[in-house]
Design a protein around this ligand. Structure first.
Ligand SMILES: [Zn+2]
Length: 352
């Protein structure tokens, strides 16, 4: 059993003291141009948007190695890109700002209007810090793949791969759009809804609102080998649902079965009802031993701060209890909805 704050394991090329990993980690098939505008289905894995979460890098490299070894026929392209290269090189969540909170409409409009600045390796940007340069470079990379930022609905799918500081079953955070329903059809992950209204500027919600299939996947706890495996299972299933590979070439049944085992006992869907914000200097300390999807009652002691104890303001399902130094979200409490998708959301016949 790893301690809650155990340092993450790093793949060979992503040790904190090493140079930043490349923006494009790899692609398949080898004949494809990884950064050309899509003329067929494309699945993009964004790995390490938080630099202390290298499990996504490991998972994408694992899948790419298997693809290059077995050479299945591909209709489109799989491209794995890194998120926050500077933070991955340092092994920290972020350096100056959380890269997964910067994708607001205003910021994306500014990147589109004023062009992109090239990211200098870890040197940062004079006016916006390290993550401004990371965002600019990642925006340029994704825009090239997506074709100048135009939405090719149903053709470009993006998985933003993460892990959490607390133990957790794997789960997905997805806006209930038709492309997202298609990408997750038959993928046995609990779905978390309602985070978008509480977290501004996430990468996947920007891309989903732009019309792409785009969602975040949490593989499990930082540093757990099982977190990498969960992300690998999800990538294989998404390669089939995204139209890149034939279902027969992705070991669908085995990957789905492994995810079903990992999610055992968790609800099909939850919707977030409460976020506990953390300010710097709060002295926020989560109570030990808490996990995502753990049920809590109203009044349960969850954390301590300089101002006193923090208890659950309502009963429900605990999500993202914070066991790392960097982060503005202490914990979330969600309610079960007992369906994968919230009622009243757009329907996609026969897909979910
Ligand atoms: Zn993350």
């Amino acid at each position: 059993m790893l301690a809650a704050n155990a340092p993450p394991r790093y793949p060979r090329n992503v040790r904190p003291t090493h140079p930043a990993p490349p923006r494009v980690l790899g692609w398949y098939p080898p004949t494809a141009d990884p950064l050309a505008a899509a003329d067929g289905p494309v699945l993009v894995a964004v790995c390490g948007a938080h630099g202390n979460e290298p499990a996504g890098v490991e998972a994408a490299l694992d899948v790419l190695a298997a693809l290059h070894a077995s050479r299945p026929p591909a209709r489109g392209r799989f491209v794995a890109v890194t998120g926050n290269r500077s933070a991955l090189a340092r092994g920290v969540r972020y350096v100056d700002a959380d890269l997964n909170r910067l994708w607001t409409d205003d910021a994306v409009r500014a990147l589109s209007d004023h062009g992109v600045r090239s990211a200098r390796d870890g040197a940062g940007d004079l006016d916006g810090g390290v993550e401004a340069a990371e965002q600019s470079d990642l925006f340029a990379t994704l825009s090239a793949i997506m074709g100048g930022g135009e939405a090719h609905s149903g053709r470009v799918s993006i998985l933003d791969l993460h892990t959490t500081s607390a133990p957790s079953a794997p789960f997905a955070i997805a806006l209930p759009t038709t492309p997202n329903r298609r990408l997750l059809a038959g993928v046995p992950l609990p779905l978390v809804h309602g985070l978008e209204g509480r977290l501004t500027g996430t990468l996947s919600s920007w891309l989903a609102r732009a019309g792409h299939a785009a969602l975040s996947v949490e593989g499990g706890r930082h540093g757990d080998a099982s977190s990498v495996r969960h992300l690998v299972h999800v990538l294989w299933l998404a390669l089939a649902n995204g139209g890149v590979l034939d279902r027969r070439d992705v070991a669908w049944a085995a990957n789905a079965a492994a995810l079903r085992t990992a999610r055992a006992g968790r609800p099909a869907g939850v919707t977030v009802a409460y976020r506990h914000p953390v300010g710097r200097g709060d002295g926020f300390r989560m109570q030990p031993g808490l996990e995502s999807f753990q049920r809590v009652r109203k009044g349960t002691l969850l954390a301590e701060t300089h101002a006193g104890p923090v208890t659950a303001p309502l009963g429900g399902v605990l999500l993202f209890p914070l066991y790392q130094g960097l982060g503005d979200d202490g914990f979330f409490i969600a309610r079960r909805i007992d369906t994968r998708w919230p009622h009243g959301a757009p329907q996609q016949e026969g897909q979910v």
